[in-house]
Design a protein around this ligand. Structure first.
Ligand SMILES: O=C(CO)[C@H](O)[C@H](O)COP(=O)(O)O
Ligand SMILES: [Fe+2]
Length: 225
């Protein structure tokens, strides 16, 4: 079963609570929260107070994607605010194993994210330690960008590594995911689909989620037959 993680980056921030309720009612599994610092990526978004203010109003898994430099300084604060899963960028961590261990010690699930140009070889030794690997399918920083198709082969290679070492981490893809691109990533092994603009700029949120799930599921049916 493929999980859907709406990214609130493309939500109407003046109606954030209402929009989170809409995706939750539509049956998604995760809420993807993009944190940007204006240094690691050229954009600034939200911090722990926004996570804390949403927490009492949602039972979704809060999937916090830290696109920030020096993530170690902020891990504890995001977990205290209500993050269930904290994902850090490999490119922002000098001591990745230490950072992942810290996330887990503080009681959250630990994810690692790779930019499109970052090779899998860089994270292979740490794969047994992580709960999730996020492959960026756009260059991070903004919603609404075009999906980078070349990442599909990297996704297949990651899936092969997971099978080879009998590991259990989830594989999430992020950036440019919609009804047209979802089938290829699901076929290649993605289990969690982050989708921002395709959900929050659609005329109807529930319909957009239904259509995305149908696109992902149709691929799985194809594989079985
Ligand atoms: O991490 C991100 C950008 O850095 C976002 O999660 C991602 O871009 C989702 O937005 P969209 O589905 O519109 O591409
Ligand atoms: Fe993201």
């Amino acid at each position: 079963m493929v999980k859907i993680a709406p990214s609130i980056l493309s939500a109407d921030f003046s109606r954030l609570r209402e929009q989170v309720a809409a995706v939750e009612e539509a049956g998604v599994e995760y809420l993807h929260i993009d944190v940007m610092d204006g240094h690691f990526v050229p954009n600034i978004t939200i911090g722990p107070p926004v996570v804390a203010s949403l927490r009492p109003h949602s039972r979704l898994v809060f999937d916090v994607h830290l696109m920030i430099e020096k993530p170690d300084y902020y891990i504890e604060e995001f977990i205290a605010a209500g993050a269930d899963l904290v994902t850090v960028h490999v490119e922002a961590c000098t001591h990745l194993h230490r950072t992942v261990t810290r996330i887990k010690e503080k009681g959250a699930l630990a994810g690692i994210a790779l930019n499109p140009a970052t090779p899998l070889a860089l994270v292979e030794p740490i794969l047994p330690t992580v709960d999730l690997v996020l492959l960026m399918t756009v260059n991070p920083g903004f919603g609404g960008q075009r999906f980078i198709g070349e990442i599909v082969s990297k996704l297949e290679a990651l899936c092969d590594l997971r099978a080879k070492y009998a590991l259990k981490f989830e594989i999430e893809v992020d950036g440019g995911i919609n009804v047209n691109t979802a089938p290829a990533v699901v076929r290649a092994g993605a289990g969690v689909l982050v989708t921002g603009s395709a959900i929050f700029t659609a005329p109807d949120i529930a319909t957009a989620i239904h259509d995305l799930r149908a696109a992902a599921h149709s691929t799985l049916v194809c594989i079985k037959t």
